[in-house]
Each structure stands twice: as C-alpha cells, then as structure tokens.
Design a binder for this molecule. Structure first.
Ligand SMILES: CC(C)(COP(=O)(O)OP(=O)(O)OC[C@H]1O[C@@H](n2cnc3c(N)ncnc32)[C@H](O)[C@@H]1OP(=O)(O)O)[C@@H](O)C(=O)NCCC(=O)NCCS
Length: 166
C-alpha cells in the first residue's frame, strides 16, 4: 500500500458524477441488478435538504488515488434527541473502484469518518456489512452487534457492526 498516494477530501459538486457511478456499482453489488436505488435515495434526500435548508448527508468523503477519485464513503451523525443521551454516527455507501482495491482507499475513508464522528461527539459508530467483510471492519475495532435481527439486516443479509467511542 502506498498511503502517500491517497488523499481524503469532502466530495465537491464536480466529484458527484463519479461518486454517482460508484454508488450505481455498489447498488449493483448489493441488489444484483442496476436499480439506481442509492442514486434515487440521494436524489430524494437532496430534495429534502433543499426543503429543510440544511445538509442531511453531512459528510460525503472521497479518496483520491494518484489524483483521481477512487472511493467514497459517507457519515451521518444521528442526534441525541433520537437516541436518548447517546449520539451515533452511521457510516454507509462505502465503495472503492474495482481497479483501485487493496490500496487502502476504504481503510483511510473509514479511519477518517471515525475521526469525524469522534470530533462530532458521537458515542458510537455503526454500519451494515456482508459477513465476508466482518474481519475487515474488525481491523478498526468494529464488532458485530445483535444477531442480525433488525429490519435492514434481515432484508439484505447484512450484519450490523458497532464501534464504541465512549
Ligand atoms: C469492501 C471495499 C470497500 C474495500 O475497499 P478497498 O479500498 O479495497 O479496501 P482497503 O484497500 O482499505 O482494504 C482491503 C481489504 O478489504 C477486505 N476485503 C475487501 N473485499 C473483501 C471481500 N470480498 N471479502 C473479504 N475481505 C474483503 C480485505 O480485508 C482487504 O484486505 P487485504 O488487502 O489485506 O486483503 C471494496 O472491496 C468494495 O467496494 N467492495 C464492494 C462494495 C462493498 O462491499 N462495500 C462495503 C459495504 S459495507
């Protein structure tokens, strides 16, 4: 891994076309056919953002490998008023371009978003992943929570993993 070739930054409007192609590929990966589910969700949320006048997708980060966008990951922080006294971060839409895998792109994105969540005062960060990625997320100290019995896990064969920060 040549980490010096990797650069993390917030996605800009100019990055969004490539980010959308990455999400379409993730969509295909998750759902088995190109349904543009993520793109539609992002579009719906963008409309919501215009209505409420503030960002919902607070943190969309991209990782450039040798100057070109190679991967993307998002974080939203869920406020205390929804979760008792404990605010949570949710990492999602993680995808690395196939040709760029194994170079540390997703790892630096996850580490960066965990730092953002920590700085935002989150008590924990959670994500959903397929069983084969459990060892990958354990590298960052995420642990499987529950027995996959929440609605999203049941419908998508995903595991919920949680990193306790406080
Ligand atoms: C998972 C994914 C984001 C990893 O991206 P990446 O930039 O290659 O990740 P890194 O280079 O930081 O780390 C690579 C590690 O990912 C893990 N990994 C990736 N794909 C894996 C798979 N199918 N099965 C098991 N481990 C896998 C391995 O541990 C690998 O480690 P290694 O390089 O030492 O073998 C990428 O493979 C991807 O986009 N996959 C398809 C979409 C997806 O599954 N997204 C995650 C949703 S939670």
């Amino acid at each position: 891994m040549g980490l010096e070739n990797l650069k993390i930054k917030y996605a800009t409007t100019e990055d969004m076309p490539i980010v959308r192609t990455l999400w379409d590929k993730l969509d295909l990966h998750i759902y088995g056919k190109p349904q543009k589910i993520i793109s539609y969700a992002v579009e719906a949320i963008s409309n919501l953002e215009r209505l409420v006048g503030k960002p919902v997708y607070e943190h969309i980060k991209v990782c450039e490998l040798n100057g070109a966008v190679a991967g993307v990951a998002c974080l939203i922080t869920l406020p205390e008023r929804l979760f008792g006294s404990k605010s949570k971060g949710y990492i999602f839409h993680v995808y690395t371009e196939e040709a760029c895998r194994g170079e540390g792109v997703a790892s630096v994105l996850i580490e960066d978003l965990v730092r953002v969540a920590t700085g935002a005062g989150c008590h924990s960060v959670f994500l959903y992943c397929r069983p084969e990625l459990i060892p990958f997320y354990r590298r960052f100290s995420f642990e499987v929570e529950g027995d996959g019995d929440d609605l999203y896990s049941l419908s998508q064969d995903m595991y919920k993993m949680v990193l306790q920060l406080k």
